[in-house]
Design a binder for this molecule. Structure first.
Ligand code: ADP
Ligand code: MG
Length: 701
């Protein structure tokens, strides 16, 4: 049913075709609804002077009027800051400056009266203002400082030069609200509003754009965040409950020779976590329902073995399995690695990638169709339509975030029964994000590393220490260790990045000349044969050093490599750095990760590097990463291809709201699984309007 909200934005008075195009291009706004749900990203509250005692949230920019009582410099070097204590008679608050310290020192005088304007932040349970605007409280300033409480919308240079600055946008929003507000229907059931003390939708939309006061704004935000997360959770939990009762899956009841013999061939005991996860998988695949499981495990936690044993469960029950990797290197590694476990199992395996020769490819296609190949390893080549199975029972997808949703969905059409799906990722996902991205999946966690792993020592060195780096590398090579050197490769700067890599490679071959040292190099511009050759040199231990792009980020397993040097480390994200570091520390030797950066770098980069030096825990880093970059940029969100487009909720900050939304949705579905009760009809409508493709969620895997 289409409503006024579906009207094209050009029909809003004051917009017209030219501005409509601009809004579309710059902000992705095409309809009234898009516009209405484009909320201010911050607020400026100059409606009044707040008192220090009154501050109770970090929501908004506010202004205070009072005196500075003391000024002092604290901390040293990077932590150096200027702290001015400020009071208005109701309480005191610190004004903190990390930058422009000299300038502030000149400007601020103890005893002076000031108007300060900024956004309170919480630090050690106390509010303070970091880098507030500060003005001497002159008559003129005092007059300017009263009157308005404004939303600030995301703007761009193009918007401004096209006459759509913040004021103009606010004016359009006002016109839009006047037009559509009477037509807005409540989207949450009455009982829910009462139960959760949420404000009505109309009130929320009005106040999110034009807050009456700070409390109305908080109410509006609370309601809209809840609603957004609630419908997502409701959608996913409903999918999940349908799946739990619906989608039949192949039943793997038997445990036979394939599994048992493979198990016996493994030269070490499984970790407790591996055993637990295998039990979880076994329960799923024996249940008659289709499994959709996400396996999270830090690098080196032994996911591959779990995948292989799960595949053996399929084989023991007359089904085939496929194990899909994001890169050729990894697929080859999985494939080569499996043979040591296959002795006396009678299991036939094959490898299919983009580089498989035609004759071999034909043989494999035939083998998959007649069932004589039991387990197929490979890359994206596996999902091509020409690949057909006799009876695919399990699909394992390694390093899931490299695969788009669509690609995953194509696996489905390969057999009558939807195969069981095991998605494995070494990018730990913070709980809130997992609940949002994968809310309908069952999640297993390999939270234990195989015994004997020594923690990796991570250090940060700059260019001036390059000599030390080479010295250290020589020592390590003399001890028989191997070394990775990784260069960033980013699309936008691809040319430069390749140049840096090649220059780096040349320097290394000069510093570490043959025949004493052998250096291999692997990157995307090489011929596949060359790449395979150099990779092999390193994997077999014939090369001491491997210079590579981040291709080796995922999965490559060389236990003898004990040093990971990351060049231009400031250009990598936290999870990526962690992934790379995980390539070492797999053998018995003490391992090192050396982060090389310029002396100068941004604050954010420095934070990332510091975090890396402080912890080896992938989950801790993932949480930190999400806090620093926000979930939108968080690794895995975008690549996962899942369209979560949150307007207002922030997964990094709103986890209490998310938990509440999830438990509320679960309780409603518990009582009314198909949402058939009359009071829930409104929720069915809400789900239909949900912008996400719920299809994606159910198919993910
Ligand atoms: P990841 O989870 O990063 O994919 P892998 O599956 O590549 O990790 O395993 C890393 C290394 O640990 C491999 O060399 C593998 O043989 C080894 N490994 C796996 N499980 C165990 C175990 N239970 N005990 C000892 N080593 C193990
Ligand atoms: Mg792996």
């Amino acid at each position: 049913m289409s409503t006024i909200l579906d009207s094209e934005i050009k029909f809003l008075p004051g917009v017209g075709p030219r501005r409509a195009e601009l809004l579309q291009k710059e902000l992705g706004i095409t309809t009234f609804r898009d516009m209405l749900y484009t909320f201010p990203f911050r607020y400026v509250d100059r409606s009044k002077f707040y008192s220090v005692r009154e501050i109770d949230s970090t929501n908004t920019y506010i202004q205070l009027r009072g005196h500075v009582t003391s000024i002092q410099e604290v901390g040293a070097q990077r932590a150096k800051r200027l702290v001015a204590t400020f009071t208005d008679g109701t309480g005191t608050i610190d004004l903190v400056f990390f930058k422009g310290i000299k300038w502030m020192q000149d400007k601020l005088k103890v005893g002076g009266e000031y108007i300060v304007f900024g956004k309170p932040s919480l630090f050690n349970h106390e509010y303070n203002l970091v880098h507030p605007e500060v003005d001497l409280a002159t008559e003129e300033k005092l007059q300017q400082s009263t009157g308005h409480f404004l939303g600030v919308y995301n703007g761009t240079e193009n918007l401004r030069s096209g006459g759509l600055g913040n004021k103009a946008i606010a004016k359009l929003q006002a016109a839009l609200l006047a037009k559509v507000l009477p037509e807005i229907r409540e989207t949450l059931p009455e009982y829910l509003l009462l139960q959760r003390r949420l404000c009505p939708l109309k009130f929320a939309l009005q106040n999110i754009h034009f807050p009456q006061d700070i409390h109305s704004l908080a109410k509006a935000q609370e309601r809209l965040k809840f609603e957004e997360l609630f419908f997502l959770q409701l959608s996913m939990l409903k999918q999940k409950s349908i799946r739990m009762r619906g989608a039949a899956g192949a039943v793997f009841k038997r445990i036979g020779t394939a599994f048992n013999q493979t198990y016996n061939n493994i030269p070490f005991p499984l970790t407790g976590a591996q055993k637990r996860v295998l039990h979880e998988i076994r329960d799923d695949v024996g249940s008659g329902r289709q499994m959709n499981r996400l396996l999270q495990g830090d690098v080196g936690s032994g996911k591959t073995l779990v995948a292989i044993l799960a595949a053996m469960m399929a084989v023991d029950n007359g089904y085939q399995a496929c194990i899909m990797a994001p890169t050729e290197v990894l697929a080859v590694q999985h494939y080569n690695g499996v043979f040591k476990y296959l002795k006396d199992t009678g299991v036939e395996v094959a490898l299919l990638t983009g580089n498989t020769k035609t004759a071999e490819r034909r043989r494999i296609h035939a083998g998959l169709e007649d069932g004589s190949i039991h387990i197929i390893f490979g890359t994206h080549a596996l999902i091509e339509d020409t690949v057909q199975f006799k009876n695919l029972g399990l699909a394992v997808i390694d390093e899931q975030h490299r695969f788009g949703v669509e690609q995953r969905a194509r696996l489905w059409n390969k057999s009558d029964l939807a195969p069981h799906i095991l998605v494995m990722t070494a990018t730990p996902i913070p709980r809130t994000l997992a609940m949002t991205l994968y809310g309908d999946l069952d999640v297993s966690v390999l939270d234990e590393l195989p015994p004997g792993r020594k923690p990796i020592q991570t250090v940060h060195w700059t260019e001036t220490q390059r000599g030390d780096l080479y010295r250290f590398m020589r020592e390590q090579i003399a001890l028989g260790r191997q070394i990775f050197i990784v260069y960033p490769l980013i699309k936008e700067s691809e040319k430069m990045d390749y140049k840096n890599l090649i220059d780096g490679y040349v320097t290394i071959t000069e510093e570490f000349p043959q025949p004493q040292y052998i250096t291999a190099v692997v990157h995307g511009k090489q011929k596949p044969e060359d790449k395979a050759f150099d990779m092999e040199l390193f994997v077999k231990g014939k090369a001491n050093i491997l210079v590579a792009t981040s291709v080796i980020e995922v999965g490559v397993d060389v236990p003898n490599a004990s040093v990971m040097v990351i060049e231009s480390a400031e250009r990598f994200g936290l999870s990526q750095l962690h992934q790379l570091r995980g390539r070492v520390g797999r053998g018995a030797d003490k391992s090192y990760c050396i982060l090389m950066t310029d002396y100068k770098m941004s604050d954010d980069a420095r934070k990332r590097i510091d975090m890396m030096c402080q912890t080896n825990d992938g989950f801790e880093l993932a949480e930190a990463d999400m806090r620093m970059r926000g979930p939108g940029d968080f690794e895995g969100t975008r690549q996962s291809g899942l369209a979560i487009d949150l307007h207002i909720a922030d997964l990094a900050k709103d986890s209490p709201v998310l938990e509440l939304a999830r438990s509320t949705a679960a309780a409603i579905l518990e009582a009314d699984p198909l949402l058939e009760a009359p009071q829930n009809a409104i929720l069915v409508t809400g789900l239909k309007n949900l912008k996400i493709e719920t299809k994606d969620f159910s198919n993910i895997s």
